[in-house]
Unconditional design. Structure first.
Length: 411
């Protein structure tokens, strides 16, 4: 029998690697061009008619950079477009959303204690929310087109806070935080696809027989600036699924909201520095205070009363009924539950790693795939084999999981 769990894991690894790689490329170019634009010297009368210039040194060479508000008198033969980084980042991120949250909806997306949803309903809500994000944001930009841009950011922040709360009323805490990141990333990538690149293409086309309208470049710059301030919160939200203290708390939506404010304060310091307008060190003090508030809010699970066991998903029921399950329960409870418990017994741990709890048969059946991959197929768990799990015990885990797969779970 082919091991579909292992194949699925490698598909996720490939998608995640691609996602991280393209995100680095997109964020790197975005941060660079915002810093470059803010740092241009505009107090010089340039013979070329450019709006500003800067000299930079990197990699053993010198670069002389000039920016034109519309375009130079004649277009060069080769023009580099920065767009595929954005598109590839969104597409690979959406692939991860499908692989992890849509195909693993019972475990990662739907929580019956939050809202009773069929998988198709949860997926439909997820897709609709991403589309809504772009439509709402785009309408905000059009409505406040002539207003102070701070008004745009405030209106967007209100939408983000509402979505942060709304996601927690529908999905698991982990999925809620991830979706808020995807919601924001969709806005950013759509900015590139629907506004920034098309506007730049209009300017290029207008060079043939018409005087380009600078409004298109102005709008594109506005959207690029918004992307600049949204980048750091998106990174935080995408990483949050690894940290239960962020997502597994009733105040996770407030934490997410404060993270957006931290993104603004951090980028404000860097952008002010790049524009040579001083060093607003107060932004770091505000960031630290906001971060400490988030850390305090994250302790809510420790103050809350323990909840009862949720009903098992159909997939978990198959694992619970598979031959060898009782033996695996004994192995996991003896080798893993000292850490993966509501109150870990391992010194230095105050909460279960990744919020994975393996104290009861129901919890073990629910986490079957993780147990198989991390303690059966690989030796990732226990870390450094601290609980001395035996090779035969790992083999028992593999036999149990594959027995369940032979019954239909794994294909």
């Amino acid at each position: 029998m082919y091991d579909w769990a292992v194949l699925g894991e490698w598909v996720e690894i490939a998608a995640r690697w691609l996602h991280v790689t393209t995100a680095i490329a997109w964020i790197g170019s975005s941060f660079y061009f915002i810093a470059l634009d803010l740092g241009l010297y505009r107090d010089r009368n340039l013979a070329s008619g450019a709006d500003g210039e800067e000299w930079q040194v990197h990699g053993g060479g010198f670069y002389h950079i000039q920016k034109y508000l519309v375009a130079p008198a004649s277009m060069p033969d080769h023009l580099t477009w920065f767009k595929w980084e954005s598109y590839a980042t969104w597409l690979s991120g959406f692939t991860m959303l499908v692989l992890v949250y849509y195909l693993g909806a019972d475990l990662y997306l739907v929580d019956p204690n939050v809202m009773e949803l069929a998988t198709w309903q949860a997926v439909l809500i997820s897709l609709a929310s991403l589309a809504f994000g772009w439509l709402a944001y785009n309408q905000i930009c059009k409505t406040f087109v002539n207003a102070n841009q701070t008004a745009v950011m405030v209106a967007l922040f209100v939408v983000l806070v509402a979505m942060a709360w709304g996601y927690t009323q529908v999905f698991t805490g982990r999925a809620a935080m991830l979706h808020l990141g995807a919601f924001t990333a969709t806005i950013m990538s759509a900015n590139v696809f629907f506004i920034i690149i098309p506007n730049q293409k209009i300017v290029v086309e207008d060079l043939v027989g018409r005087k380009p309208d600078p409004i298109y470049g102005k709008i594109a710059k506005q959207r690029s600036t918004h992307n600049n301030y949204l980048t750091l919160p998106v990174l935080f939200l995408m990483l949050s699924n690894h940290y239960p203290l962020v997502f597994a708390t009733e105040y996770n939506w407030i934490i997410a909201s404060l993270v957006f404010l931290m993104g603004v304060t951090i980028r404000h310091w860097f952008n002010t520095q790049h524009a040579r307008k001083g060093s607003p060190h107060w932004t770091w003090a505000v960031t630290v205070i906001l971060f400490l508030i988030c850390a305090w809010l994250s302790t809510a699970p420790m103050r809350a009363e323990p909840e009862g066991e949720a009903a098992l998903s159909p997939e978990a029921l198959v694992y619970a009924a598979a031959p060898g399950f009782d033996d695996v329960v004994g192995i996991v409870q003896g080798r893993c539950s000292m850490c993966h418990a509501a109150e870990p017994g391992w010194e230095g741990l105050h909460w279960p790693p990744k919020d994975v709890r393996l104290e009861t048969p129901e919890q073990i059946a629910t986490e079957a795939r993780r147990i198989y991959l991390q303690a059966g197929v690989t030796h990732a768990m226990p870390p450094a084999n601290l609980s001395y799990i035996e090779p035969e015990e790992r083999a028992q885990i593999v036999r149990w999981f594959r027995a369940a797969g032979a019954g239909g779970v794994e294909g």
